[in-house]
Design a protein around this ligand. Structure first.
Ligand SMILES: [Zn+2]
Length: 269
């Protein structure tokens, strides 16, 4: 219980800083306090370091290269401030495994699944932010057709390398903070799981994610019901319930699932 309270205080301070820096909306701030309290309070400081690494690096990357992104930003569903749905999409699976660690403190799998899920959302965020800097237009993960930057389901060299680096950073921390043996195996498996989650995100974005069209700008967008210009968007493909937040949640789940399969197969302890 005292750890849960310390977790709450720590989450409150960090969320306040993020909210003041306009990295979080009001609803996003409430969700961040919840996720931070659960992960620090039920997991521990090692868990908090991984969460903070994701949170700080993704906030910094979102704010970087502003000018180059400004022209593209409207293609994305939301702007720089993360709201509750976005925070939970990235943090719900991680919180779940922090809870499972609390009930199974001797087991190693909640920590590794947590790390893999954070590796996946970190990889996806880094890929989204840094992929925009790719000098040539990205290509759809399904079929390779070149598309406009920022299109859901598009991948590029820069984006893929950024995903690899984002997953590897979390994997280094997961190894340094949580492994007693098999360092290289754990590093590789967390990195691979994270990369798999990010690629799954792109696959969903290219296939079944709900994509809309703005009649006024004549552009594809993830935004619904209204576009940045204020016009109503209409759905052109995908499943209407599968918005960008659901896709991010699926990315986090896939990262954890791939890790658990590796463990089940006996590849990681
Ligand atoms: Zn528009």
């Amino acid at each position: 219980m005292p750890q849960l309270f310390i977790g709450f205080l720590l989450a409150l301070v960090i969320t306040f800083l993020a909210y003041s820096a306009h990295s979080l909306s009001r609803s996003g701030a409430y969700a961040a306090v919840l996720v931070g309290t659960l992960i620090f309070g039920l997991g521990g400081w090692q868990w908090a370091i991984i969460l903070l690494t994701f949170f700080i690096s993704s906030s910094v990357l979102t704010r970087s290269f502003r000018k180059r992104k400004l022209a593209l930003n409207e293609k994305f569903e939301k702007g720089g401030q993360r709201d509750a749905a976005q925070v939970l999409a990235n943090g719900a699976v991680a919180s779940l495994f922090a809870g499972l660690h609390f009930f199974f403190p001797q087991a190693n799998w909640p920590w590794l699944a947590f790390a893999a899920s954070m590796a996946a959302v970190n990889a996806d965020t880094w890929a989204t932010e840094l992929g925009l800097l790719n000098p040539t237009p990205p290509r759809l993960i399904t079929g390779g057709k070149p598309v406009e930057k920022g299109t859901s389901g598009a991948i590029s060299l820069y984006g893929t390398l950024a995903a690899l680096a984002g997953a590897a950073l979390i994997a280094i921390l997961a190894t340094a903070l949580g492994a007693e043996t098999g360092f290289l195996t754990i590093f590789l498996l967390v990195t691979l799981s994270g990369l798999a989650g990010a690629l799954f995100d792109s696959l969903l974005g290219a296939s079944v994610q709900a994509i809309y069209r703005c009649p006024q700008c004549d552009k594809e967008t993830e935004r619904h019901p209204v576009h940045t210009c204020g016009a109503q968007t209409t759905q052109i493909r995908g499943w209407s319930w599968l918005n960008n937040d659901m896709v991010n949640l699926a990315c986090a789940l896939m990262g954890a699932a791939v890790m658990l399969v590796f463990m089940w197969a006996g590849i990681a302890g």
